[in-house]
Design a protein around this ligand. Sequence first.
Ligand SMILES: Nc1ncnc2c1ncn2[C@@H]1O[C@H](COP(=O)(O)OP(=O)(O)OP(=O)(O)O)[C@@H](O)[C@H]1O
Length: 604
Amino acid sequence: MLKGLTRPFVYTRPALQAKGKAMAKKKEKAKNWAATIKKLWEYLSVKKGGITLVLFLVVLSTALSLLGPVLIGKTVDNYIVAKKTDGLPLLLAGILGVYILYSVSNFLQGYIMIGIAQTTVARLRADLFSHLHRLPISFFDKRQSGELMSRVTNDIENVSTTLNSSVIQIFSSLLMLVGTISVMVWLSPLLTAISLIIVPLMFLGMKWITNRTGVLFKEQQRNLGELNGFIEETISGQRIVKTFSQEQKVIDEFMHKNSRLRESGFWAQTFSGFIPKLMNVLNNVSFTIIAAIGGIFALKGMITIGVIIVFAEYSRQFTRPLNDLANQFNTLLSAVAGAERVFEILDEDAESIDESAAIELEEVQGEVEFRNVSFSYEKEGSTIRNVSFTADPGQMVALVGPTGAGKSTIINLLSRFYDPDSGMILIDGYDTSTVKRKSLRSHMGFVLQDSFLFEGPILENIRYGRLDASDEEVIEAAKAANAHSFIEKMPDGYRTVLKQDGSGISQGQKQLLSIARAILANPAILILDEATSSIDTITELKIQEALSRLMEGRTSFVIAHRLNTIRNAEKILVLKDGEITEQGSHDFLLRKKGFYYELNNNKR
Ligand SMILES: Nc1ncnc2c1ncn2[C@@H]1O[C@H](COP(=O)(O)OP(=O)(O)OP(=O)(O)O)[C@@H](O)[C@H]1O
């Protein structure tokens, strides 16, 4: 079957497994932090003004939240302890103002940052999507579609979440930490040292918990990935499940995976739930120490009551950024890893740009020549060797040979999905390497086994062949393709909306629609990948008739799986291990009693 020409985003079994694995690997670390962050910054830097404003607001709100407790301390020392009320209302109004300004600046920084994050992520997503469509077929041949899907969705989502909130939180937590400690040291270095005794305890406790939760979360993630992959696989493989009456087995397997996920989820969530509780306990311990030792210091006249209040307030503020930093750091790690995977695709070379001197092919007669063409997918070895043949305009050329002989490869080269390592491919005498790819492909039509039908009306599915075709032209094409009668019988005729994958219609009907599409496109050169799946005789006759009509006057390359359908081919190219071993008409090759004769005897 023609590889590389089929849909890139089909969920196949291995693709789904890869998707599951990709999901499970979400917490992977980035290989090159600095380079990835630099690239992310290039995206963000478009919004430099907004980012500067956000940074200013973060600094402002941090300063305000440090100022609040200091003002409360002053109120206690200067007014409550001193039993004075002069100027107290003004100070209280000031404290209120500080907290209001703090809230406004907090809200604004979140609001602006979300705007920046969403615009940046939308640009990244758009760049990734359009770049994917500029990548050569070789890129898709080497990768699982599930894994690529995961990059466009999961990884981008990770980056989005982090930019939305984590970046601000990390920055503000760091500022908060430095700010709190500085003010504490300024007020009382001794009490600061005592207050910080609790920090190593916090670190040890957190480390103990995160070590365990890290493992548990990984397991939960892996189990979730496996379960998701399994669900998608069994839903898309419903037909197979039912055909082999495997419903119960599938349900049992699901139950098993589901209970594994429940178990790992339970322990991961329980352990991670310990973090805030531990913090709370340590906070209260810290509060008590400050109150007790602070009280002793105050009695000795070393500090004021106001300072104790500031310290008590700070001790609450102090653990929050520590906690936030630990949490956000994990998110940041996974987002940078996600961004790295996105940039890996963006760094892939797009399908090489046509030389500026490349020409447009206006009219094509359909003469095709392969002149000593050799090619290999990998650096070593050779997939096809020294292939030479000619096809005259309007001729039907059949490619036959055992699986892996190189039939699809010849088509891949003809349509310039790959370029030959040596030799030359000519169309109407023009070396195809000097022709613009788009122009070249516009003269080619494909009718493949796995014809791609998208979710939408039949009319538009056929019009995909030539977007400017009128409704009448589409109907004419459908008639020529023997598709009209079945379309008319559909509930809404040409307006019937096909389900994704064309799952509501038969294999044969799909073929007829793709023939209609090719007729509408009216290419000079046709590529037909003959269907191997069994289709009922009446539909097969309809297909054969439609194909003969389609091939009339066009140079056609037919990848033949059943030799009886290519008896009429003007030229049969017999491929074996990447070489053309024989070529000629059916009768000529039979008389020759060579490899084709053997194939014919075996396959009939
Ligand atoms: N994208 C690819 N990357 C690496 N090797 C490939 C790729 N596509 C095909 N091959 C290899 O190249 C050889 C020729 O493959 P090709 O698909 O052209 O054979 P084929 O004659 O069309 O086979 P089939 O009838 O099974 O479709 C095979 O050995 C195959 O494994």
